[in-house]
Design a protein around this ligand. Sequence first.
Ligand code: CAA
Length: 379
Amino acid sequence: MNFQLSEEQLAVRDAAREFAQSELLPGVIERDSEAKFPKAQLEKMGQLGFLGMMVDPRYNGGGMDTVSYAIAMEELSKIDASASVAMSVNNSLVCWGLEKYGTEAQKQKYLTRLASGEVLGAFCLSEPEAGSDATSQRTTAEKSGDHFIINGVKNWITNGSSASIYLVFAQTDPQKGHKGISVFIVERDWEGFVVGKKEDKLGIRGSDTHSLIFTDVKVPMENRIGEDGFGFTYAMETLNGGRIGIASQALGIAAGAYEFALAYSKERKTFGKPICEHQAIQFKLADMATQIEAARLLVYKAAWLKDQGEDYAHASAMAKLYASEVAMNVTIEAVQIHGGYGYVKEYHVERLMRDAKITQIYEGTSEIQRIIISRKILK
Ligand code: CAA
């Protein structure tokens, strides 16, 4: 067993850490307050290769492994989880699936632009009546000549208004249940497609989350990914990898809050000494560091299994379940260590605490992860 990161992985970590400090930290509090999408920051992330990290260089990607991607996600999420969720969706839910299941023409037309960061992608599975129960898709895609006509509403879509390319799940044959769901590539400026209401959220406020409305949107046959009825498998397979991205995000939120709390505990004095010299604080820091390390091992293992071509569905569910709970615990303790200062925006930890919560909800709630894990155990 080798716990040593490679030269390339260490270089990715350093580059992401440096980018987070120099480009994401300035203005992160204002972007959160004003719910402002980090557009300029994401453009730079695209130029640096963070938006198509695992894609083959033939399609403008970085050709890196999943462990490197997890490392980059952790470092960027220490500071700005709104920027990192846009990155996660683009990498895992859009680029990865397109590369694995798309046609050569789809890859040339769409993946090359998504992987380079020229455009952003969105993954449109959730609906007002289909969140955890993702098989209950109401959006329909009816065949009409050499096209499909899509009608329906999608909810809570990350990159909702900033994306240019949308992967849309729709029922092509409702009689067949989840085996009648297909997935289509839809372009933003197609007639009948409207970006709906922007959500006003507790955390990841810089991430633009929208509802999307499709009214008789005409989608050419060649924009279906895979065969008719392949959509639900596509969603499940991409989410297995997406959960590694979100687990890494949760890990980064926890590690970021811990680093702020550790630094603060060395500066802040009470009763005549730095608070890190009080055992009450030392024990908190010890618990936080231990939980973060355990989460990191689960995340790296899930990423490594994926890189080895092994089954990683339950490992990614375990990583996401645990890392998101660690993110909640650690950020709450980081606020506590900061005391009154932790409750105000200037010290960053209250934002990280709000950001942490979503990692227990999106890409499958903690309850859904437990379903996936328990099914595997009991199989
Ligand atoms: N990997 C691969 N296949 C899977 C799978 C997994 N993790 N989970 C289920 N499947 C397959 C099953 O094997 C089954 O296939 P067959 O019919 O061919 O046998 C099929 O999917 C249906 O599965 P079930 O019969 O188990 O269906 P279910 O309704 O009992 O459970 C579910 C399905 C696992 C709960 C699924 O609906 C699910 O994952 N829900 C959560 C949805 C989710 O994660 N949404 C996230 C939205 S995207 C997002 O959040 C992005 C963002 O903004 C950041």
